[in-house]
Design a binder for this molecule. Structure first.
Ligand code: RB5
Length: 148
């Protein structure tokens, strides 16, 4: 799979480990995050990665900041993105199976590298179940397309 990865300064070390891990699993990794620990703004990287997904240049996306929340909020503002924040593997599986999430986010200040690897692997390998879940995804898309 083509996996885009985005991160801010809080997550440089964890990002590097996840990139290597994904490559070992045989995935193509597109790194659009910062490789510097100098303070930066996570929305920039959340948006960059999200655009790669909605433009079809990546199949799924992984986002990491301090908590995972800020960068996921930014990504979720891009039309067509469904990004969930996960600190454990059950949610990582269910956001694919039920929510058809196309991005996952987690916090480098929250989860350690081994758990982060399990979270990413679980997310990537789970399959959307469709059916009643598709109805709900369609409702989310409708909200996204409504004029506010
Ligand atoms: C950066 O200090 C931090 O605010 C950011 O990485 C993230 O946790 C925001 O949600």
């Amino acid at each position: 799979m083509r996996i885009v990865i985005g991160n801010d300064h809080a997550a440089v070390e964890l990002k590097k480990q996840i990139v290597v891990y994904l490559q070992e699993l045989g995935h193509e990794v597109i790194n659009v995050g910062t490789d510097s620990t100098e303070s930066c703004n996570y929305p920039e990287y959340g948006k960059k990665a999200a655009l790669m997904v909605v433009d079809g240049l990546a199949d799924l996306g992984v986002l990491i900041c301090g908590t995972g929340v800020g960068i996921s909020l930014a990504a979720n503002k891009v039309k067509g993105i469904r990004c969930g924040v996960c600190s454990e593997t059950t949610t990582a599986r269910l956001i694919r199976q039920h929510n058809n999430a196309n991005m996952i986010a987690f916090g480098a200040r929250i989860v350690g590298p081994e758990l982060a690897k399990d979270i990413v692997k679980t997310f990537i390998e789970a399959q959307f179940e469709g059916g009643r879940h598709q109805t709900r995804i369609d409702m989310i898309t409708q909200i996204e397309n409504e004029e506010q």
